[in-house]
Design a protein around this ligand. Structure first.
Ligand code: ATP
Length: 315
């Protein structure tokens, strides 16, 4: 797919994706990289300038939004404020002229799935942010769409609730076997939830792979840098990516020795910034169970790592 706005902004630049049935697939990238535009083209809100979109072998590029049979949880796709929770969830079924008793049964089941039983008669304004997002999810899922599109559906939540909803959404997706295309700019969220991730940059896909692959074997500098902390080692005109947790602090056999500049305690680990004798800066993650990190600013440390952990980058 390619999509240009106003004849100049190339929002999506020749993206080709193959998403498997039942897959939890994330589009991940920084603000403005074209994630939302890609999702909106799949949904049918935008038409690609070129490229075709197929679902289950059927070309849907020219099919209207409401005939694509996709569930959507978009931030801009707000709940109806004057309708109750149950009415919001029933909406998609009403549009499909389904019998009243059947609608009631399915709304009840959908609300149970997102743990909102008992809140049927509340209005959206009487719910917490997380509950509202779960209503939006139930509203999308109740029609049992084979494909569910989610654009930052957990964006409005605090960290704790967000984590809880990540587990719930993942669990729900697996249980229902729905194909989920998920847009996020949050690396941790994408790593935690996805079967596969497409990392996007400037309208293009830089890498597609399972979370471990993207994290352990980034192909480009952009991917390495965007996902978590990274050290880029420049040697003989080639660049290698080395994760901070792959560096060991050693007394003997150090490749590099340096001085600890900062030590940021992060709970289960401490992130050290070490300045080497030749002026390079290294991030080193020291994991520890319980006790505080042993290193302090000013300490002189030796750093070692395996060749196989320093991943060669393209370009
Ligand atoms: P974010 O995480 O900030 O939502 P995104 O990766 O989803 O970003 P898009 O919303 O797809 O990015 O936008 C991609 C590019 O296209 C941006 O440069 C944006 O300004 C531009 N763009 C998006 N929609 C339009 C539009 N309707 N008209 C003009 N430009 C647009």
């Amino acid at each position: 797919m390619t999509k240009t706005f106003d004849g100049r902004v190339v929002a999506v630049d020749g993206v080709t994706l193959d998403i498997a049935a039942g897959e939890f697939f994330s589009l991940l990238g920084p603000s403005g990289c074209g994630k939302t535009t890609s999702l909106r083209m799949i949904a049918g809100f935008e038409r690609p300038d070129s490229g075709r979109i197929h679902v289950g072998g059927r070309d849907i590029t020219d099919v209207a939004v409401h005939k694509r049979d996709m569930g959507m949880v978009f931030q801009s796709y707000a709940l109806f404020p004057h309708r109750t929770v149950a009415e919001n969830v029933a909406f998609g079924l009403r549009m499909r002229e389904i019998a009243k008793s059947e609608i009631e049964r399915r709304v009840k089941a959908a609300l149970a799935q997102v743990a909102l039983t008992g809140l049927e008669t509340r209005k959206p304004s009487q719910l917490s942010g997380g509950q509202q997002q779960r209503v939006a999810l139930a509203r999308a899922l109740v029609v049992e769409p084979p494909v569910l599109l989610c654009d930052e559906p957990l964006g409005a939540l605090d960290r704790k609730l967000r984590q809880q909803m990540q587990f719930e959404l993942k669990e729900l997706q697996r249980r229902l076997g729905v194909t989920l295309v998920f847009v996020t700019h949050d690396q941790e969220e994408a790593l935690a939830m996805s079967d596969r991730i497409a990392v996007m940059n400037h309208g293009r896909v830089e890498q597609v792979g399972a979370p471990t692959e993207i994290y352990e074997r980034p192909r480009t500098r952009f991917v390495a840098d965007f996902i978590g902390e990274i050290n880029i080692l420049e040697e003989g005109g080639r660049a290698r990516a080395l994760r901070p947790e792959k560096i060991r602090l050693v007394a003997d056999g150090a490749r590099v020795s340096g001085t600890v500049e900062t030590a940021n305690f992060l709970g289960g680990s401490t992130l050290l910034r070490v300045r080497s004798g030749d002026g390079r800066s290294f991030l080193v993650r020291e994991t520890h169970a319980g006790e505080r990190a042993s290193r302090r600013p000013g300490d002189v440390v030796g750093l070692a790592w395996s060749d196989s952990d320093a991943v060669l980058l393209e370009g």
